[in-house]
Design a protein around this ligand. Structure first.
Ligand code: TRP
Length: 346
């Protein structure tokens, strides 16, 4: 039986943090054993909100790739795709745009949030963000899309787009299913959502010293002034992290009991967490340090996947063009090259 095809991806906003690791990268690495995996570097999507930094994008892509590979993404087994290099992503998005109403897109929650957060007048590109995402997924006819909960509205729109296209033009796409990560969502160091732009994350590339410093400054229980005050464990990110990363959960239970009873201070608990994280991350960091010094190898991994993806993307687009009654671009180019345009309208 052939393996189901997965497509998922990240916008290359720079180095990956712990939330990316436990929320997505560890899952992606595992899925490589059971699925045919496509991992997309969504560099066009970056431009929907961050279009004024052409100097940063290449560096951000390399840093993200180094983290992906260090976390176990294997370019021999998975296909890594650079979105902007395959024009079929943009072409299919344009065509899907014809099937999607503005009113539908204005109801997408991530769009509403972004518009509020940015305080800008939104661009057409931002409104069409999920249309481009639908194109990313359907271009490869992916069946499964592993994502975080925030992305579910985009997968729903992708399913609607597939359905709508099939209704209008005949069965072409199946409706992909979202695969929600089972991992607990890791809060940021300040107990807000962990986010690159909030400066509240531990990065995979951080040194053990940086990690320790960040952990020692972490938000804990604001109601606790003295060590002897009874502490709260629930909603305390230090304990959330220990639950995720500490190999000795019996010891974590003991610590929790002592914390609730006012028998252990934050410094001791945080010291343990810093140690635990540094042990957990050590092998990954060693791989990452090697990878980031080999940008050529990273780009080769990216391009070999992208070449493979290009063939599939081209086939899907040819099929879509045929459904829409448009001319096959491939035969057009071939005929132009052969100096024979008379047979194009068959
Ligand atoms: N929107 C996704 C995010 O911000 C990134 C993305 C782009 C994506 N295209 C995709 C995810 C296709 C899954 C499938 O995380």
């Amino acid at each position: 039986m052939s393996r189901k095809r997965i497509l998922t991806g990240h916008r290359p906003t720079g180095p990956r943090h712990l939330g990316h690791l436990v929320g997505t990268l560890e899952t992606w690495a595992r899925l490589q054993d059971s699925h045919e995996c496509f991992f997309l570097v969504a560099d066009l999507h970056i431009l929907t909100t961050d279009y004024a930094h052409p100097d940063r994008i290449q560096d951000n892509i390399l840093n993200m790739l180094a983290d992906w590979l260090a976390a176990g993404i294997d370019p021999q087994r998975a296909t890594i795709v650079l979105q902007s290099i395959i024009p079929e992503h943009a072409q299919l998005a344009l065509l899907f745009g014809m099937l999607t109403t503005v009113a539908r897109l204005e109801r997408v929650p991530t769009y509403k949030e972004q518009v509020e957060a940015l305080g800008l007048r939104p661009s057409l590109g931002l409104l069409a963000y999920p249309v481009l995402q639908a194109a990313d997924i359907l271009l490869y006819k992916a069946e499964v899309v592993p994502v975080g909960e925030d992305q579910l509205p985009h997968i729903e729109l992708t399913r609607e787009t597939a359905r709508r296209f099939n209704q209008e033009y005949g069965q072409t796409f199946s409706e992909p299913k979202a695969l929600l990560s089972k991992a607990a969502r890791l809060p940021g160091l300040d107990n807000r959502t962990m986010h690159t732009s909030y400066d509240n994350a531990i990065y995979l590339k951080d040194t053990p010293e940086e990690t320790r410093r960040k952990v020692m400054a972490m938000y804990t229980d604001p109601t606790r002034i003295h060590v002897v005050d009874p502490g709260h464990v629930d909603g305390n990110p230090v304990f959330t992290y220990l639950e995720v990363f500490d190999a000795d959960q019996d010891e974590v239970e003991v610590l929790k009991r002592r914390y609730r009873a006012g028998q252990v201070g934050d410094v001791e608990v945080k010291g343990r967490l810093a140690e635990v994280l540094n042990v957990y991350l050590a092998p990954l960091r060693a791989r990452r340090a090697e990878l980031i010094n080999q940008p050529k190898m990273l780009m080769e991994a990216l391009f070999s996947g992208t070449v493979r993806a290009k063939f599939i993307a081209q086939q899907t687009l040819e099929e879509v063009y045929a459904r829409l009654g448009l001319l096959h671009s491939q035969s057009f180019s071939e005929k132009v090259l052969a100096n024979n345009i008379s047979g194009i309208f068959c």
